[in-house]
Design a binder for this molecule. Structure first.
Ligand SMILES: [Zn+2]
Length: 495
């Protein structure tokens, strides 16, 4: 059918082939989304095929079986965009969509004895899958017949410290080849883990009822479960650990043609805004989460959390905007290091967008030894940076109402030790434009009164070919200001 499709294409153009592809189930030799599994049910979810059209292993990667184990689902969503030089890669990134949406381990609304998806796969030769979703996944595995299956999970704690958890381990099926690969993956990954207690270890076999166990026992598939650890670790780090393991694995099979920090597809015809949220040292826990929630309201957006290795390694080239959330700017700067800060500056200079909230606005400013100096604004009254947190009022300027949010009068917004900004008058950077001013203030911990009032609360500026947005207060943690956050990101993306 592929050959036929190509022949028809030469006569009638792209539209015909697109229709043919859409109507056909995926077969070998094709790449793209497969027909959704559990179609028409609340469990419906999408898998993706990348076929190199060269001989090689068939590998299946699954993420999101447990809905609170976000890093596995996120990593699989990145990995599905990797290029494959040999064999075939099938990725089901969000296996358990209702649980992922609820951020819950269990399947919502199912009786307790059937609520753990990873115990619902056949336990012996005659057993059947115990729920609609496990049946759909089991059918997919049986029809794809992968040589290898990697299931990406997370544990609550580091298994070396707390043996009640399997966090930071690879749980390998009892097959010699699987152990060999797992040990190689552990060696490579553990080079990036400094704390001895947090190093990954080999475990196995997978528990009865799990997909990895069922596929190994019943289908002779070589399987392993990769477990990162949620405790005290950023999503960006955990997600990258999954990518390191999978990349190492695919490399030793001679399959992978992409860097491990490829996070999005390189086809930009969808016109989506690609947003990288910095999620590592110096960032508060809530900022990235709130930003992700707000950005979901943009119709066509791809959001990824990135850490220092991704930024330093040039991964921002895949994005339109980088976001620096709240937290501590000096700690963000320290964690990013010279390479990370330099990569952000170059990204903006070359046309990228920057959006900084609170700490992210300090980071962009002009007058700290560690700041990025990508906006012509200096922080004043630096001595009293800890002036307090609470609700304040801002007022949008005409330009602010045009760009961000067409609302007259005073707007309540959360403030937490954000920078008090003034023009830096740097001749090398265009002057910033105020989009909003503070109309009330907070002056605790010895901060003098009257300094904050009427200073710019939200500003924009140009740096090189790029756009810089800075907000001293927190629209992303103020109910009702979600549209303002979305417009800020769209503006920074040049939309
Ligand atoms: Zn799990």
């Amino acid at each position: 059918m592929v050959q036929q499709g190509k022949r028809i294409l030469s006569y009638f153009g792209t539209v015909v082939l697109v229709c043919l592809v859409a109507l056909q189930p995926m077969s070998h030799g094709q790449s793209g989304p497969g027909a959704p599994i559990a179609q028409g049910t609340r469990w419906q979810t999408q898998y993706y095929i990348t076929d190199s059209n060269e001989p090689g292993p068939d590998v299946m990667i699954i993420g999101g079986v447990h809905g609170n184990e976000q890093a596995g689902a996120r990593a699989a969503e990145h990995i599905r965009h990797w290029k494959i030089t040999n064999g075939r890669l099938v990725v089901l990134p969000r296996a358990n969509v209702p649980a992922l949406n609820a951020n819950k381990r269990s399947m919502p609304d199912l009786p307790k004895e059937r609520s753990n998806l990873n115990r619902n796969f056949p336990k012996n030769d005659t057993d059947q899958p115990k729920c609609t979703l496990s049946k759909a996944i089991w059918d997919l595995v049986r029809s794809e017949e992968p040589d290898w299956l990697l299931d990406l999970h997370e544990g609550a704690d580091f298994t070396q410290v707390n043996s009640d958890s399997v966090g930071s381990s690879i749980i390998a099926a009892e097959m010699p080849e699987v152990g060999d690969h797992a040990r190689r993956m552990l060696r490579v990954l553990n080079e990036t883990v400094e704390d001895a207690n947090k190093k990954f270890v080999l475990k196995g076999p997978p528990t009865r009822g799990s997909l990895a166990r069922a596929a190994a026992d019943r289908l002779n598939t070589k399987t392993m479960i990769l477990e990162t650890t949620m405790k005290d670790q950023r999503i960006s780090r955990r997600t990258r650990q999954h990518r390191i393991m999978v990349h190492c694995f695919l490399s030793s099979l001679g399959m992978v043609g992409s860097d491990m920090d490829v996070l999005v597809g390189d086809d930009k015809s969808d016109d989506a805004i690609r947003v990288a949220i910095y999620d590592a040292g110096g960032v508060g826990i809530k900022g990235p989460r709130n930003l992700e929630q707000d950005l979901r309201g943009i119709e066509n957006v791809v959001v990824r959390r990135v850490g220092v290795p991704e930024i330093s390694g040039g991964a921002l080239d895949q994005f339109d905007v980088v976001v620096a959330p709240g937290g501590s700017a000096s700690k963000q700067a320290l964690a990013l290091g010279g390479d990370g800060r330099g990569a952000i500056v170059e990204f903006v200079r070359n046309g990228g967008g920057y959006a900084g909230f609170c700490a992210g606005a300090y980071l962009a400013s002009n007058n700290y030894t560690w700041s990025l100096k990508i906006v012509d604004a200096q922080v004043i009254d630096r001595k009293h940076w800890k002036r307090g947190a609470g609700q304040v009022k801002i007022e949008l300027t005409g330009q602010g109402r045009a760009i961000l949010y067409d609302r007259p009068g005073l707007i309540g917004i959360r403030y937490a030790n954000g920078p008090i900004l003034a023009p830096a008058l740097d001749p090398n950077i265009p002057d910033f434009e105020a989009l909003a001013h503070f109309r009330t203030e907070i002056a605790k911990n010895g901060a003098p009164e009257g300094v904050m009032i009427d200073t710019p609360a939200i500003i924009t500026g140009r740096f090189g070919k790029g756009r810089v947005f800075c907000s001293s207060p927190h629209p992303e943690s103020t109910k009702g200001l979600e549209p303002l956050v979305r417009r800020a990101i769209q503006w920074a993306a040049g939309r």
